[in-house]
Design a protein around this ligand. Sequence first.
Ligand code: ADP
Length: 383
Amino acid sequence: MTASLTLDAVSKRFRGARTTAVSNVTLHVAAGSCTAVLGPSGSGKSTLLRMVAGLEAPDSGRVLIGGHDVAGVTAERRGVGMVFQKSMLFPHLSVLDNVAFSARVRGEARRQARARAAEFLEMVQLRGFGARRVDELSGGQEQRVAIARALAAEPAVLLLDEPFSALDPALRADMHTLLDELRLTVGPTILLVTHDRDEASRVADRIAVLDGGELQHESDVAGAYRAPSSVRVAELMGARNLIPGVVTEGVHRSDLGEIAIADAAVCGPAVLVVRQEDVQVRRPAEASPSRHPLAGPGVPGSRADDDGRAPLAIETVAPARAPGPRWTGTVESARASGARMDLTIRVTPTVLLHAEVTAAGAPRLGERVELALPAGAAHVVAA
Ligand code: ADP
């Protein structure tokens, strides 16, 4: 029931449009895996999905499902199921008959189609809801029925176009769990369009970032966050520490100091990308000399303050001597964000670092702190 999906140099420009909606996109989604397509509004996400579904024809390029070019194959025959933000259930049919619909169209007997539909309703945890009318369902239940209806058609590829964005956060979390379970039990290949990167990282194996119709990045989830392909992708993935500088021989030099970059593919002007979640923040008093070998007195480049606290200076750390770079700074802003705290820390007159930490025991405004980066958390992209 599952098959790989490949887009091969697919382009689409709508008649009369000034810009290309989808431009030369090549993307492979392995059978049974889930790729989330992220991008701002108008970046071409829905158009891409609609071309896979057969609802739009590409101007050029190929769509392959299970290795077969589906050009000329109608939407109904592509083996593709689709769920949209609005469920688009048939209001005149019961919940059960909505789910049984595709089997009925395929010519299955009503009884058999309904029996199978009941199994899919059970799969989306709506056992006993079959006789209900569509207008008796809540928003979350409607989306569950829409998913059951799409799965009942036994699609090789399931396309989800912002399916949960109209739901409140608790229901959305329930739907994410449901999707996990369906991936385990049914295992369809999924292409999920979303503008919510948290959702993408929660649900998908891989993330594809579209901007202006072009594929800007494709990798596993961690790579999209920690090794974005460009400044734009870093911004779209919510990275808040973007520090301009220059890379020579695998070392990024900026107002933040020198940082060795393990996988520097860039040489010349480059932006250092550090995730705010990766910046480790500690009060100097919490630090022991053994845990902070470069922060204490007597260490070259280090300066103890009058009160014996760690130095307010940029530390340039040789990777051989410490796992990652360290600095000290002063908290300039502290904003609560749920159970987390967003800190802005002045490290040099020109550099502010953003750090996201747990709110419990977080440093307060004006407090001096030590900052460290785990090895491998610094990434560079061409400026
Ligand atoms: P997204 O899903 O990322 O918001 P879309 O794929 O809907 O983006 O749109 C990409 C671009 O194509 C936008 O500029 C949009 O205005 C344009 N577009 C989408 N559908 C049509 C259409 N049917 N006719 C003309 N332009 C369209």
